[in-house]
Design a protein around this ligand. Structure first.
Ligand code: MG
Length: 409
């Protein structure tokens, strides 16, 4: 066996980071964690630094001096760095051939572009780079010969179901429809668990608690994505992500509610065949596939027990009770800066809900109100993407302060 592949993990203390490190622990001959980043959870980061002795570790600026460089306590072979610059350095570190991008929210954007410019093999686990500027990321990947691997479970499922020629196109930053190969793929279906409020009446969505929104039925995830799953905005963001990543039209991506979360997504071919990927819902599977592609390696996840599962159910999403899917479709059709505004407004709305400032049912209303204040613009540079993101957050906070989001929905 040749030397272990160096892996930088951005967001090492989050749920994606933890799954990636479990896969790496299982395969010390294949992979080595050479870069680790966290933001505030420095105790957890330092435990990982002691375990893996990475070449580089990064955290938020304010915690660096106090905790990271206590003389003698931590490996002196690790270089410590801080802030966005530190994240970018961890992403582009020469020892890392592969980067796991697991920082949720817009905060992960600059570091994933640093990895793309450095020509890394990138496992994209955070949605924002594709939602906010997927076309730009793919362009940079093509120019820098970076390779993109979808790790969001639905997109990874679609990727797993594609023929190898189309997989190679996706990895290289080209969509299914931009290549010389005549794609036999007609459309894809993203499956959604439906979240904790699948059967909750519309009127009761006004009064659901924060704790209830955080109770995801099948996946264990951080608070932001758990709330996104409850509003179905997670699926809205994944619609945008799928269009960007696979170069598909909005009309070629469907959403089906599948409460068991066993079938992770489906690809439809022109002969009438459907190919889907099934597995227990566990992020170690998409991460292991991204790390080892084109090989498959043990991920530590037991296979799905079909008999124990018994039945698989499918139903159409209720877009009246869950308007976020409709907002996402409208934004894809508009293109330009609209997905950036939607993503920013959603982050502010979810924060406000988790802080007890707004009701659950106000989340889509606030997003809609922010989208309505915006003229669409093009965003073909990262600096423009970031400034639109900041403006949209400010607009969302302004509307929030005035309570205007209650109007019109
Ligand atoms: Mg997903």
């Amino acid at each position: 066996m040749s030397e272990a592949i160096g892996v930088s993990i951005l967001g090492a203390t989050g749920s994606v980071g933890a799954s990636a490190l479990e896969v790496i622990r299982m395969h010390p001959d294949r992979f080595k964690a050479v870069g680790l980043s966290a933001w505030q959870q420095t105790d957890a980061l330092m435990a990982l630094v002691c375990e893996f002795s990475p070449a580089i570790a990064a955290a938020a600026p304010e915690v660096l001096s106090s905790q990271l460089v206590r003389a003698g306590k931590f490996p002196d072979t690790t270089r410590y760095c801080s802030g966005t610059a530190g994240l970018k350095e961890t992403a582009a570190h020469p020892d890392a051939a592969t980067v796991v991008a697991g920082i949720s929210g817009a905060a992960g954007l600059e570091s994933i572009f640093a990895a793309a410019h450095a020509g890394k093999r990138i496992l994209i686990a955070n949605k924002e780079p594709l939602v906010m500027c997927g076309n730009l990321l793919r362009r940079v990947a093509r120019e820098s010969r970076a390779r993109l691997f979808p790790v969001d479970s639905e997109h990874n499922a679609i990727f797993q179901c594609l023929p190898e020629g189309l997989q190679r196109e996706v990895i290289a930053g080209r969509g299914l429809t931009e290549n010389a190969i005549e794609p036999a793929v007609t459309h894809v279906t993203l499956t959604a668990s439906g979240g904790p409020f699948l059967r909750t009446a519309a009127a009761d969505l006004n009064t659901v608690s924060i704790d209830a929104a955080l109770e995801h039925p099948t996946w264990k995830m951080g608070p932001k994505i758990s709330v996104d799953s409850a509003t179905l905005m997670n699926k809205g963001l994944e619609l945008i992500e799928a269009c960007m990543l696979f170069g598909l039209d909005e009309s070629q991506v469907e959403v089906v509610i599948h409460p068991q979360s066993a079938l992770h997504s489906v690809v439809y071919f022109e002969d009438g065949s459907l190919i889907g990927q099934m597995a227990n819902p566990d992020m170690r599977i998409p991460i292991a596939y991204g790390l080892s592609y084109p090989d498959r390696i043990p991920s530590g996840v037991p296979p799905l027990d079909l008999v124990a599962m018994g039945r698989l159910e499918f139903e159409a999403p209720d877009i009246e009770r869950f308007p976020c899917i409709g907002l996402a479709r409208a934004v894809i059709r508009q293109g330009g800066s609209a997905p950036i505004v939607l993503n920013a407004a959603n982050e502010v709305a979810v924060e406000a809900f988790l802080a007890g400032m707004i009701r659950f049912s106000d989340i889509p209303s606030l997003i809609d109100a922010v989208l309505n204040t915006y003229e669409n613009a093009s965003a073909t540079e990262l600096s423009v993407v970031l400034s639109i993101d900041q403006e949209a957050r400010a607009a969302a906070r302004n509307i929030l302060a005035k309570g205007l989001y209650r109007i019109g929905v």
